[in-house]
Design a protein around this ligand. Structure first.
Ligand SMILES: [Zn+2]
Length: 268
């Protein structure tokens, strides 16, 4: 599933490719993949709109439209947004937009969990926690989120209502970098450890964005390029392999139904 760095990479590519372009034609190829919060038909309502900007909120791609409305995409497991000069054959295509100046945007989704939603103001992405890369997200802000919480720190990092955009890969990697055991009680971390975790989150996410995300499954960005961060993972997906720091074998446990990887010696 694309996490913050992958969605950020997709958004940067899309912003370059589709900002300022007007939608001339809307082809809904699978009705269940689109949701319309506005009165009327999805295609009819969207046609003629200009895409003003493309931004990211958590793991959502938010395209602001000329009318002030928003077209928000949640890629979920296998959703992809592809910019192309000509519409390509694709059995998994769910929605295609043709722009006035030629060129297409295709939403393709093998597993069909992804959604494209038309809303009055982009409110779909409401109820989410702060963005970890926002300057307002300080070590004190993280401490405030953790305070009094009895959940394991790893599970709390995945809770989108607490912190937006961090998924399984980057939670595992940040906890390794900070030297914190994933099962530690969130509220029980010392001030120094919270500061280390804060720095680790920002460092891991920033590095992953610079490397254009992780291509663990079939993730590619809007330009069809694979990410590079998967080659530098310290713990995620490395069960039984030796820790890059201490050479102990990496362990895997299940926490809140998610495979969790850590070094039993480096993470306490
Ligand atoms: Zn280690």
């Amino acid at each position: 599933m694309p996490e913050l760095p992958e969605v950020e990479t997709i958004v940067r590519g899309l912003a370059r490719a589709v900002s300022g372009r007007r939608i001339a034609e809307v082809r809904v190829e699978m009705a269940g993949s689109v949701v319309n919060d506005l009165p009327g038909d999805f295609a009819e309502t969207l046609r003629g709109e200009r895409i003003e900007s493309v931004t990211r909120r958590a793991k959502f791609v938010v395209m602001r439209l000329g009318s002030g409305r928003a077209l928000t995409v949640h890629l979920r497991m296998t959703g992809r947004l592809i910019v192309e000069a000509q519409p390509q054959e694709d059995a998994y295509s769910r929605l295609r937009l043709r722009f006035e100046d030629g060129g297409w945007l295709r939403f393709s989704d093998v597993r069909r969990f992804g959604r494209v939603r038309l809303t009055a103001d982009g409110a779909w992405a409401a109820g989410l926690g702060p963005e970890p890369l926002d300057p307002a997200f300080t070590p004190e802000a993280l401490r405030g989120l953790l305070e009094g919480r009895r959940t394991p720190i790893k599970s709390l990092l995945l809770d989108q209502s607490r912190l937006a955009g961090v998924g399984n890969i980057y939670a595992c990697e940040a906890l390794y970098l900070a030297g914190i055991h994933p099962k530690r009680r969130a509220g029980g971390l010392s001030k120094a450890r919270v500061e280390r975790l804060h720095a680790a989150l920002i460092r891991v996410l920033g590095r992953a964005i610079r490397m254009r995300g992780s291509s663990i499954d079939d993730y590619v960005d809007a330009e069809g390029l694979r990410g590079g961060f998967q080659n530098t993972l310290a713990v995620y997906g490395r069960e039984g392999l030796s820790c890059r720091r201490c050479h102990a074998p990496i362990k895997r446990v299940t926490l809140a139904q998610r495979g969790t990887f850590y070094c039993p010696r480096c993470q306490r």
